[in-house]
Write a protein that binds this ligand. Structure first.
Ligand SMILES: NC(=O)c1ccc[n+]([C@@H]2O[C@H](COP(=O)([O-])OP(=O)(O)OC[C@H]3O[C@@H](n4cnc5c(N)ncnc54)[C@H](O)[C@@H]3O)[C@@H](O)[C@H]2O)c1
Length: 372
């Protein structure tokens, strides 16, 4: 049977652009998708970059600017992997042209922009997705299932961290990530662990934040000194609707940490822990009656943890980071083709943006911010 085609227009070929290209290519081959994915057109910061990316990554065409791509009648999905400050104008232009929008996180630079984007998406009646790819991990889905089945009892506490070290070097140049319009460790990395906390434990109803700038000035690549007015380390205590308490930390100068997206969940009858450094493993402790044999067991990803089996028939052979993007893409594409709700649409992205801003607000006022 001839499947309808879904034509992708991608903006950006940096870190995330490449991950999305991997994701589309893998999803098209690993899953029996309801559509045929076409890598139709790519735009980048300059026409030269776009042309080079087109040939290198196998797009059919390139556009000279993102504006041209957003208005292109030959694409169905506008995929945004540009810096945060560009998400709003790009998404609004794509929505005005009736495109489905796939946008990297964080959704926008602030709540005002994210609200405008969410309203425009609802008005356009198209599908949207924000790139919170860690949630696509089959081991997260297992953790959520174990919690809902009551395997670790009543959930009492959550401790989450997203730490990397790419800003640990004082000499690391000033970049768009240091711009107060959407930058900072809490917006950049904290948004991921906040999304994970709510995915696993449920709605957050209060935050008490503490954000800190450790390196006050950085040099641009041209050599001029710029004052940094975003956080390098952000923390927050959390209260959840279900009565649990918790905390998150976002840290982009945690020397030695390459990808610590990790959580610990403690319940009345056990605990679950995870660390993205070992993304195919979930550690489960179930409180028993024999103290001599109690302890954490390691559950290793395998075909029982869908959709692992679509990638590989053998357990323990492991999925990778790019595979999580392929799963996120499958879920988004199925939402488009089968008129289902998206895994993480703009409204969900707006909620994360509001939580990040609540942490900033609480930090400034040095007190708890209500989030009910
Ligand atoms: N989901 C995740 O795990 C994850 C990881 C890293 C980054 N991100 C997000 O992805 C986005 C991009 O981050 P990155 O690390 O890929 O950045 P990057 O700097 O590596 O890539 C950005 C891309 O956007 C292009 N670009 C810049 N200005 C442009 C313009 N005016 N028009 C068209 N293209 C333009 C650049 O040329 C580059 O190709 C950010 O929103 C970031 O927060 C998400």
């Amino acid at each position: 049977m001839n499947k309808p085609q879904l034509r992708i227009g991608l903006i950006g070929s940096g870190f995330m652009g490449k991950t999305h290209i991997f994701g589309f290519a893998t999803a098209a081959r690993v899953f029996d998708l309801p559509v045929r994915i076409e890598l139709e057109c790519i735009a980048d910061a300059t026409p030269e970059l776009a042309r080079a990316a087109m040939s290198r990554y196998g797009f059919r065409r390139h556009a000279d600017s993102w504006e041209e791509l957003a208005a292109d009648p030959g694409i169905d999905v506008l995929d945004i992997t540009a810096p945060n400050a560009l998400h709003r104008p790009m998404a609004i232009a794509g929505l005005a042209a009736g495109k489905h929008i796939y946008c990297e996180k964080p959704l926008a630079v602030d709540v005002t922009e994210a609200t405008e984007m969410t309203k425009a998406a609802e008005l356009a009646g198209v599908k949207t997705q924000v790139g919170f790819n860690y949630l696509a991990n089959p081991m997260f889905r297992l953790a959520k299932k174990l919690i809902s089945e009551g395997r670790i009892g009543e959930i009492r506490s959550f401790r989450g961290i997203h730490a990397e070290d790419y800003m640990a070097d004082r000499a690391a140049p000033w970049s768009w990530r240091h711009d107060s319009r959407g930058g900072g460790a809490t917006a950049d990395l904290g948004s991921h662990i906040i999304a994970t906390a709510e995915y696993l434990i449920g709605p957050i109803i209060g935050v008490c934040g503490d954000m800190h700038t450790a390196i006050q000035e950085r040099r641009t690549s041209e050599g001029s000194e710029v004052r940094v007015n975003v956080d390098d380390v952000g923390r927050a205590f959390l209260r959840f609707e279900n009565g649990a308490s918790g905390s998150i930390e976002a840290n982009w100068m945690a020397s030695g940490q390459k990808m610590q997206h990790a959580f610990e969940i403690y319940g009345s009858d056990g605990a679950i822990t995870f660390d993205q450094n070992r993304l195919n493993e979930l550690r489960l402790h179930e409180t028993g009656t024999d103290g001599r044999t109690e302890g954490f067991r390691t559950l290793l990803a395998g075909p029982e943890h869908a959709p692992y089996g679509e990638f590989c028939v053998a357990p323990g052979h492991q999925l990778g980071y790019n595979d999580l993007k392929a799963i996120e893409i499958r879920d988004f594409i199925e939402a488009i083709a089968e008129e289902r709700s998206e895994p993480f649409n703009f409204a969900a992205g707006l909620r994360i943006q509001r939580l990040v801003e609540a942490i900033k607000d609480s930090t400034m006022r040095a007190r708890w911010t209500d989030f009910t």
